[in-house]
Design a binder for this molecule. Sequence first.
Ligand SMILES: NC(=O)c1ccc[n+]([C@@H]2O[C@H](COP(=O)([O-])OP(=O)(O)OC[C@H]3O[C@@H](n4cnc5c(N)ncnc54)[C@H](OP(=O)(O)O)[C@@H]3O)[C@@H](O)[C@H]2O)c1
Length: 333
Amino acid sequence: MGIDRVRWGIVATGNISTQFTQDLGLLPDDAVATAVASRSQDSADRFAAEFGIPNAYDDYRKLIDSGDVDVIYIGTPHPQHYAIARTALQASVAVLCEKPVTLTAKQARDLIAVATEHKTLFAEAMWMRTNPVIQAVFNDLASGVIGEPQQVVADFAFYKDSLPSRLLDPALGGGSLMDGGIYPMTFAYMALGRPAELKAVGSLNEDGVDLNVAMAWRYDSGAVAALTCGLRSQNPWVASISGPEGSLQLPHRFHHPEYYVRTTAAGAERIDVPTHGRGYHYEAGAVIDALRAGALEVPALPHAATLEILDLLDETRSQIGVRYPGDDDDLSG
Ligand SMILES: NC(=O)c1ccc[n+]([C@@H]2O[C@H](COP(=O)([O-])OP(=O)(O)OC[C@H]3O[C@@H](n4cnc5c(N)ncnc54)[C@H](OP(=O)(O)O)[C@@H]3O)[C@@H](O)[C@H]2O)c1
């Protein structure tokens, strides 16, 4: 594609956009943030000043139409992802969109169809997949060091006195499942693939937002996964994959770890893998590589995984009774 430095447009100026843009700075020869858009000019200007971004817009659409960018990064709450990503893809602007990329699998299928039609790269920002420690764990698993995986256990739950309001707002896709549960689900999916059967239970608040969820997955191979997420407890926040010859264990905050532990008959060995930054530059780097290769999909962030995880999220939400505005149209598809 002949791109020297890939020009990024940052959509929204909240928590994750800030972290992502900080990490973009770790790729100085490959990436430059050339534009930012917010719902308010003040926020766009503040963000632009903080990161030295030359163009600031008070409307996401203006950024997409500006011609200033090769790819946009979408850091809005989940319900807004779909329309913004669709607008960009229709304008042939590549998209890296926060997880979950949409509220339903039907919406994600539509985005992938639009991306394909417009020959434009589209990827879900499931940054865990591009973390070097996670990649080392799955290389180890593939080498057969623990034998055929039989069990995956993973949890993603935390408690804060005061939560960001979007997490408790159904209109903003609130709840632990869509925000945190997607990580243990993705971890189990990377280890074992799509399950033959899933069962889920959840405790919801009076607004119908899930505060505690437990999931059990079963595979035709006989393997199982036990996964939890929540907003009410300080969990170990760890993950493991176990087989007849041993286990691979990830420590606290397993989705962006600095090491893992391999336990086999030879004993337990801590394996450190060099990482730097928060870790968002790894997904940005993977997008840049794919853009330079002229690819429509990022190998580490495959469309098939995005769709299958959203299918599983649809099914889990249906079992535990979490509904979002617009679901009636989309969950049936
Ligand atoms: N990969 C990760 O590690 C990670 C971590 C946290 C969150 N996330 C994902 O990132 C997304 C955003 O999370 P966040 O924690 O950054 O949220 P946040 O701090 O609330 O920021 C979201 C931003 O979206 C924009 N926005 C657009 N429409 C909005 C609306 N109706 N209500 C509120 N804000 C709106 C706002 O920016 P403007 O005012 O500038 O338009 C807001 O600052 C979620 O999909 C979440 O799942 C990912």
